[in-house]
Design a protein around this ligand. Structure first.
Ligand code: XMP
Length: 516
């Protein structure tokens, strides 16, 4: 069985919204993947794409070092959609002309459509205006031979184009963003109308194909998987188990830095509802010893990471020779993002980083083509409990990086109690699933308070709640004051040793989501 019947390949020229193009296409049940614009033509051809999308990007096609994809892709006989920079590149490579626009066009614009087939099938012509989202400083001045305009906007007389004989189309606006109200229709018209894709990419078909693939790759060998309590590793375990049954062994290392009940419920699920083999290692004392007296965040992270690898390895070795390690790598970690103008490359946190080389294991990464929301969908399809699937992300080093300063049993106890209250109130108020993460942080300072008639000198808890799409950027969540009030009152009343609660109102960047 092949994994994907139809496949739309997106060549990335560095736009902030390239990932969105892939998501929007996959939402239509058509598989799509992103590659850098430098992808060699032979490789692109070997992928047998059903369609190709050239993404937007921050450069100008007339820049000396402009990113240029191989123009040979126009000879593959495959439909091509150019978006923004991709549209301009298509024009330039096929003989048109692009110039700096007198007026740049950013944000919402009104599109007038003159051709209601192809990309605009099902839409109406002038005088109907459609809201689209633009973001460009250059514009197409002269169309390439064979192309005609299909829509205009105030500042772009050539806002959309089509080739009269070949399946090449281009739009100056961004169909992938929500502000382009006809965006989904435009993408649908491309993938179904021009590329003739079938909407067969579903989680059900994905599971079937992946299970077969894992089964074939693993053969008679053994696989281990580190279960963390989070959704990604749970889904990986469930999926690999479906493929190879009890030749998968999961190892759960309790590092003593988990939230109250965080992993117990997952373990309970796997033990009670599946026949998965889970080895549960209680290493709480070991980790606390390792963290004794450590204040520096990086040293904490390293010691926790190292400790995890050591214990995992010890347990794995007891099982004999293991060939494969299953791991929950997601698509955003895999995409080789095109980086412009010194932006920091995307960094990924791998909890079991370093293990495969050290233990000479090969990786099995069944989620490496999926976005987080797809993993959740997959988890539901695999029958994982909802509470596990919609659990907020939790960092590998756990509460260790949410206790500023020294980590001790006593301070962990304070933070755990505060954390339970935050989550409890977030859930009761219906806010838990609305935010990306919400948690408590224990600060390394004490402040003066008054309780009853007496002076107190106790700890401060900071509350952090953020909105985010993928954790690369985030904004502090505008939680209602009364919710914040309830959280604060409960923490101060119920958690001994805390007399003050503050709310973190920093975005990322320049802050990060976690405090350490
Ligand atoms: P930052 O603090 O870098 O966090 O803005 C971004 C996202 O990653 C999570 N995080 C981690 N996850 N291992 C993980 O598995 C780690 O070492 C780690 N550090 C941060 C963090 O909770 C947020 O969702």
């Amino acid at each position: 069985m092949t994994l994907h019947n139809d496949k739309i390949i997106i060549l990335d020229f560095g736009s902030q919204t390239t990932q969105l193009i892939a998501r929007r296409i996959r939402e239509q049940k058509v598989y799509s993947e992103i590659h850098p614009y430098t992808l060699p033509l032979a490789e692109l051809k070997a992928m047998q794409p059903t369609g190709i999308v050239l993404s937007g990007g921050p450069a100008s096609v007339y820049d000396e070092d402009a990113p240029i994809s191989d123009p040979g892709l126009f000879e593959l006989g495959v439909p091509v959609l150019g978006i923004c920079y991709g549209a301009q590149l298509m024009m330039q490579q096929l003989g048109g002309r692009v110039e700096q626009a007198e007026k740049r066009e950013f944000g919402k614009a009104e599109l007038k459509i003159s051709y209601t087939a192809g990309l605009f099938a099902g839409m109406e012509t002038d005088p109907h205006d459609y809201q689209v989202w633009m973001s460009h400083g250059d514009r197409i001045e002269a169309v390439a031979p064979g192309f005609v305009a299909t829509a205009t906007s105030n500042h772009s007389p050539l806002a959309a184009l089509r080739h009269e004989k070949k399946p090449f189309v281009a739009v100056q606006f961004h169909p992938e963003v929500a502000h382009t109200l006809i965006g989904t229709d435009v993408l649908r018209n491309f993938i179904f109308g021009l590329c003739n894709c079938e909407p067969t990419w579903t989680m059900h078909s994905f599971i079937e194909a992946t299970v077969a693939e894992v089964r074939e790759k693993v053969g008679d060998e053994q696989v281990i998987c580190a279960l963390s309590g989070g959704v990604d590793s749970s889904v990986v375990a469930a999926m690999v188990h479906r493929a190879i049954g009890n030749r998968l062994t999961c190892i759960y290392v309790n590092n003593g830095l988990m939230r109250t009940g965080e992993s117990e419920s997952i373990l309970r699920f796997f033990r009670e509802k599946t026949d998965l083999t889970v080895i549960d290692v209680d290493a709480e004392d070991y980790f606390l010893e390792q963290l004794d007296g450590i204040v520096d965040p990086e040293v904490k992270r390293k010691r926790i990471g190292y400790g995890f690898i050591k214990i995992f390895e010890e347990e794995a070795n007891k099982l004999g020779k293991i060939k494969y390690l299953a791991q929950g790598t997601l698509y955003p970690d895999v995409i080789e993002s095109v980086v412009f103008r010194g932006q920091a490359p995307i960094k990924s946190h791998h909890n079991v980083g370093g293990l495969p080389e050290q233990m000479q294991m090969e990786l099995i990464e069944p989620l490496r083509e999926l976005f987080k929301d797809e993993v959740r969908e997959l988890g539901l399809e695999l029958g994982l409990p909802e509470e596990a699937i919609y659990r907020q992300p939790f960092p590998g080093p756990g509460l260790g990086i949410r206790i500023m300063g020294e980590v001790s049993g006593e301070r962990l106890h304070i933070l755990r109690q505060a954390d339970v209250i935050v989550l409890d109130e977030m859930k009761k108020a219906g806010w838990y699933r609305k935010v990306w993460q919400s948690f408590a942080v224990l600060l390394p300072i004490q402040t003066v308070g008054v309780m009853g008639d007496g002076r107190t000198y106790e700890n401060v808890i900071a509350i952090r709640a953020v909105d985010s799409r993928d954790a690369m950027t985030a904004d502090w969540s505008q939680l209602p004051y009364d919710l914040l009030g309830r959280i604060s009152t409960r923490i101060i009343n119920e958690v001994r040793g805390v007399n003050r609660v503050v709310y973190d109102i920093s975005s990322k960047p320049p802050s990060t989501i976690e405090w350490e």
